[in-house]
Design a protein around this ligand. Structure first.
Ligand code: SF4
Length: 492
């Protein structure tokens, strides 16, 4: 148990192979010091310098690139009895003036290094490098020392197979690869909608719902075992939808998948003609039904997935370096949480996802419009609005109970008390409650239609998809213009 850091959720990693006795003794020494100071789990891929000396592995999900969507400044999403590790990292980085370091895309763990010491590795790398920080230069040439210090640690934390940076990488293609992308490029307000994959083995319900939405939305999202609860998987649901003639957005979450499976699933989706992939970290098992699975199931996070898939598509190789002869065509997306913590922190978090490869962003539902505008302003300050298409989320509230549940139980969702009260005031009649929910949704759509900087919206009418056509018709939302990629005059 660490002295100064939050408690650890798993024991320290053990190495795959055995080191010599002196190295094992040294490893024990390093573990004792770093465990006491930072709650070190001996991940063997230390990034403490990048994370303001707060160990990211103290996050219960082990996230190495930022917080999850449900964390708040006060609470970790998984363990509400403690603060979010990443919020501590951001706060301390701001105090130390090293916020810029938080934009670098940190690598996932290298399994060969976990459980091993890192201090000897630094010394070894220092000895092998020609250009290196020499102690005397700390006094005689501070700038040179600083640069070489940074270069030394970059070479350690960013292996050749990853090479993460802090830059924006525009997609390496010109023509839109999906109908969703083509519609977004027209500049017209574009709508996507979520269809919940069924619990059972029949795809009929997907066919029915997709057919109902076909004329109204540019693409339909399929969740990927959201809330850690199993359903028909996202890829099968997406294929069923594609066969109906509506383009799917396949959600692909990192939870439960190693990097091998993520690459394989994404490539499989490309082979089936699924072009839109929404990359997510995934909800922790804590949110799923009992019995809870073993908690340490995150090999990657959403930023890792975006970075890896973008490079597979644009550079044509797997993470291990093997070449991809026929490259996949993916339009990559990410989720955002405008109310997760402060707009500044959420903008920084999204900046990293966009740099990693996110081309479209679907957000948590918007109920508090003024706070949503603050988030947009924070994105604008980072010059992000032209770099990714923003699709704010819309949830039509079907009942007062649903409003209370979302306001009180769903991480990352903020519903102002006056909206909850309006739902309560609708009385006990279910139809009256649903009608109030529709009116609230129409008011939000009206505002979104006039909001500069966004490109459409993402409707999440889970198990109430039948309301979507009425909402879009009554709000006067335009129907998708582009119906085929062969259609001419798709703006570049
Ligand atoms: S980043 Fe890894 S090596 Fe560094 S303190 Fe945390 S667990 Fe230990």
């Amino acid at each position: 148990m660490s002295v100064f850091s939050p408690r650890r959720y798993q024991p320290p990693f053990s190495p795959l192979h055995r080191d010599s006795l002196p190295v094992r003794i040294f490893t024990g020494f390093e573990r004792t010091i770093k465990g006491a100071l930072w709650g070190c789990r001996m991940c063997g891929n230390c990034i403490l310098q990048e994370t303001a000396y707060v160990c990211p592995m103290t996050c219960p999900k082990g996230l190495r690139n930022g917080p999850c969507g449900g964390a708040t400044p006060e609470h970790c999403e998984v363990d509400p009895t403690r603060p979010c590790t990443w919020f501590r990292i951001y706060s301390r980085a701001e105090k130390l003036g090293i916020e810029h370091k938080l934009l670098e895309i940190n690598a996932p763990l290298d399994g060969n290094r976990v459980g091993h010491e890192t201090w000897l590795e630094v010394v070894q790398t220092w000895r092998e490098r020609e250009a290196k920080p020499r102690p005397l230069e700390f006094i005689t040439n501070r700038e040179k020392f600083k640069k070489e210090w940074e270069d030394l640690f970059y070479s350690i934390r960013q292996p050749d197979w990853w090479q993460g940076d802090s830059e924006y990488h525009a997609p390496a293609y010109d023509e839109p690869v999906s109908l969703l992308e083509a519609n977004l490029r027209t500049g017209q307000f574009t709508v996507t909608a979520e269809i919940a994959p069924p619990l059972g083995a029949s795809g009929n319900i997907i066919v029915r719902k997709a057919t109902m939405l076909k004329d109204y939305v540019a693409a339909a999202n399929f969740t990927d075992n959201a809330s850690a609860s199993p359903r028909m998987n996202s890829m099968a649901s997406s294929k069923l939808c594609l066969d109906v003639g509506i383009e799917p957005v396949m959600q692909l979450q990192a939870r439960d998948r190693s990097r091998v499976i993520i690459e394989a699933d994404a490539m499989g989706a490309a082979g089936l003609g699924i072009r839109n992939i929404l990359c997510l970290t995934g909800d922790h098992f804590r949110f799923g039904p009992s019995p809870m699975a073993v908690p340490n199931q995150f090999d990657m996070d959403s930023v890792h997935v975006l970075w890896m898939l973008r490079r597979m598509r644009d550079e044509g190789h797997y993470l291990d370096g093997r070449k991809i002869k026929i490259r996949p065509q993916w339009f990559l997306g990410a989720a955002a949480s405008p109310y997760g913590s402060t707009p500044k922190i959420e903008a920084l978090r999204l900046h990293k996802k966009i740099n990693a490869g996110a081309q479209f962003i679907q957000t948590q539902p918007i109920f508090d419009y003024d706070r949503f505008l603050e988030w947009l302003e924070a994105l604008d300050k980072r010059n992000l609005l032209g770099k990714a298409y923003i699709l704010p989320g819309l949830v039509p509230l079907k009942s007062a109970r649903a409003a209370h549940f979302m306001a009180e139980q769903v991480p990352g969702v903020v519903i102002p008390p006056e909206i909850v009260k309006r739902m309560d005031d609708a009385g006990p009649d279910k139809e009256a409650q649903a009608e109030t929910g529709v009116q609230i949704a129409l008011e939000i759509i009206e505002k979104l239609l006039q909001t500069p900087g966004i490109n459409g919206m993402h409707v999440m009418a889970v198990h109430w998809e039948a309301i979507v056509p009425r909402l879009l018709d009554e709000a006067g939302v335009p129907k998708p213009q582009i119906r085929s990629l062969e259609q001419e005059a798709i703006p570049a």
